[in-house]
Write a protein that binds this ligand. Sequence first.
Ligand code: OGA
Ligand code: NI
Length: 358
Amino acid sequence: MMSWPEQVVRVQSLSESGIRAIPDQYIRPLSERPLFKLGSQFHRHVDVPLIDLQHLFGKDPTLHLDTLNRISNACRDWGFFQAVNHGVSHELMTRARQVWRDFFNLPLQAKQEYANAPTTYEGYGSRLGVVKGAVLDWSDYFFLHYLPVSLRNQSKWPMQPSSCREVVAEYGCQVVKLCTTLLKAMSIDLGLKEEYIENAFGGDNMGACFRANFYPKCPQPELTLGLSSHSDPGGITILLPDYDVARLQVLNDGDWITVNPVPGSLIVIIGDQIQVMSNAIYKSVEHRVTVNSAKDGLSLAMFFNPKSDLVIEAAEELVSEERPALYEAMTFDHYRVHMRMKGPCGKKRIESLKFNTP
Ligand code: OGA
Ligand code: NI
């Protein structure tokens, strides 16, 4: 079985050991550090898209269209938006955060029982990618398969805290509903049949994975990242962020923009498969996470992916002589090998799929 190229160090243990300087493996090159200025960010004031989903499929046709329009603009211009009135219970969101906080607060020994390997990534992990000597991110995580049900193996989900499995299952169920609604809205906006994206992802066999990300306090947050720059390889991601500290940054027009999370909101992130399928009408967003010396952080991500053996390519309706298909067709299984081997790499993967245009 494939294993990690170096001994796994839990970032939480490092953080709790009280070190004043972070080990070299976590120090990013200058141009990738959080305070490095890429573009004009000193001068640009931007509001990131915030969308109220209450009327998305309500009775009022004007409000429906208005909501659809906002989603359309956000997916085309940003590749992400914050959503409120998203239908996921706030009480359940709070409970889900709490069980994962409780999990990461367990003694190391209890967590190590779930230590993961790079073959499936399922379980308790501390790195993405198997490149020896790579710069590492300042975070630990727990990754699990939620859908299809045939891949759901609850024995690999934490047994402690005792409500963990039940809460993850319930939370997942509500987020799946939100995802389905959003995929419908996106299909309609792209001029496709309402069920198009969902069906192209495999319908009832669509994949969904869950990752709880834990960002321990960091004594030198200016030198490292909690999660380095990447676009999500799958279809869409629904992220429950921390509300008390702004950590997530998105790349927009050459600047890293910090997302100030609206309490109760969920963040919707467009992934590479939607960019491929929409023939780049929608863009996946490059994003990263910064860390903090005063407060640790927790985020819960649900990734919705095409069934692993389906070939993903531009929808026929979005390909024409003037706008030929931009990316090579590929199964998601094949596509995600890159992320699994190399870890986060900005948007390198999708760019490598671009056909050479004469
Ligand atoms: C991810 C991700 C952002 C965050 O898990 O892919 O981008 O805030 N997470 O944890
Ligand atoms: Ni991401």
